[in-house]
Each structure stands twice: as C-alpha cells, then as structure tokens.
Design a protein around this ligand. Structure first.
Ligand SMILES: Cc1cc2nc3c(=O)[nH]c(=O)nc-3n(C[C@H](O)[C@H](O)[C@H](O)COP(=O)(O)OP(=O)(O)OC[C@H]3O[C@@H](n4cnc5c(N)ncnc54)[C@H](O)[C@@H]3O)c2cc1C
Length: 159
C-alpha cells in the first residue's frame, strides 16, 4: 500500500520481498472494515476489492454486532475477503504503477549515512536509496537492526 502511495506521489520506489511469488501461506486476515474500503476508494481501487469479496455487516464491539448501514458513508459495510486476495490485488495495483518488486530476495542488513541507505540483499547485491521503510512484519529485521523497540506483551494477560 505504501509503495502504491509513494508511486502516486511520483517517488521512485521499489519493494524487496523474500517470497518468490505472490502466494501466501494460509488465509490470515478475513476482510476489510469500512474505513479501509473508504481509503481504497480515495485511491480509486475499492471496486477491485468489492468485486472479489462479500459485503456484510461485520463491525462489532465486545462481541456485540453493530449495524452501520445508516452511517453517512458510501461504504457502510465491511468486506469479507481473505488476505491472500487482498495482497494479490494490491500487488496488481503497484504493478500497474510500475513499482519494481525484487522477489525471492531477503534484506539481510543495511548501512546508512547522511545521504541515504545501502540495503544488503541475500543474493549478494545491494540497493541504494534515500530511505528504507521496514514493512517487513512483526519480527521486522529492519526495525531490529535500526534499534527501534517494539514494546508490549507477548499475549493478553488472562482475565
Ligand atoms: C495465521 C495468521 C492469522 C491471522 N489472522 C488475522 C485476522 O484474522 N485478522 C487480522 O486483522 N489479522 C490477522 N493476522 C495478522 C495479519 O496477517 C498481519 O497483521 C498483517 O499481515 C501484518 O502486515 P504487515 O504488512 O505489517 O506484515 P506482513 O503481512 O508480515 O508482511 C511482511 C512482508 O515482508 C516480507 N519480509 C519479511 N522479512 C523480510 C526480509 N528480511 N526481506 C524481504 N522481505 C521480508 C514477508 O515475506 C512479508 O511478505 C493473522 C496473521 C497470521 C500469521
């Protein structure tokens, strides 16, 4: 999503992804809430998701279902759509925006100076960029290498 946003702002951007293909193990998240659909709509891509999922009233609080069909929004519903489809559609979008995706290569480290960042890849190559953004998940190598903490608890305490 960030790569798409940057490309729309005419920023020269590239993605490094360790997975060799768009395939995603497991289904993971099951859909999108109203606000996310609104943001995708602002980018002109909401229909791509809506056409492949199932709209439904999915909002809730403390297991109490909330019907938001009278909310003043074009998207007063949620969307059931598995994460592997969400990622596939987003990848198609950034592909149209001509964002290069370096697949099958892991970021193994980086070094930074005042002018930018050298990003080391597992195939021995490196990329030079002004900025490096760690969109590499909860166990982020980028965050860890940059010394950025991820404070919190491993799991919810029992009640
Ligand atoms: C089994 C499971 C079930 C889940 N169910 C739900 C759910 O029902 N609802 C919900 O909201 N969320 C769910 N989640 C959580 C949701 O999937 C994550 O919150 C979401 O994917 C996080 O997005 P992200 O972009 O931060 O990281 P990720 O989706 O983890 O994306 C990080 C990407 O970076 C790549 N990467 C990582 N390290 C490197 C590296 N060194 N070099 C190159 N590439 C790298 C990874 O291959 C991956 O493609 C679930 C997660 C799992 C594992």
């Amino acid at each position: 999503m960030l790569a798409g946003e940057l490309a729309l702002a005419r920023v020269d951007v590239a993605i490094v992804e360790q997975r060799a293909s768009q395939d995603l193990a497991g289904s993971r998240a099951g859909g999108l809430h109203s606000r996310t659909i609104e943001i995708l709509d602002q980018r002109g891509i909401a229909d791509r998701f809506l056409s492949q999922g199932q709209v439904a009233q999915v909002a809730g609080f403390a297991w109490i279902p909330l019907d938001i069909s009278d909310f003043p929004t074009r998207h007063n519903y949620g969307l059931a759509l598995w994460q592997n489809h969400i990622e596939r559609i987003l990848a198609g979008w950034v592909g149209e925006l001509a964002v290069p995706i370096y697949r099958g290569r892991e970021v193994t480290g980086f070094g930074q100076d005042d002018a930018g960042v050298d990003v080391e890849l597992s195939d021995g190559q490196s990329l030079r960029a002004e900025y490096l953004v760690g969109c590499d998940g909860g166990r982020s190598l980028i965050r860890t290498a940059a010394g950025i903490e991820f404070p919190g608890w491993d799991r919810q305490p029992a009640t």
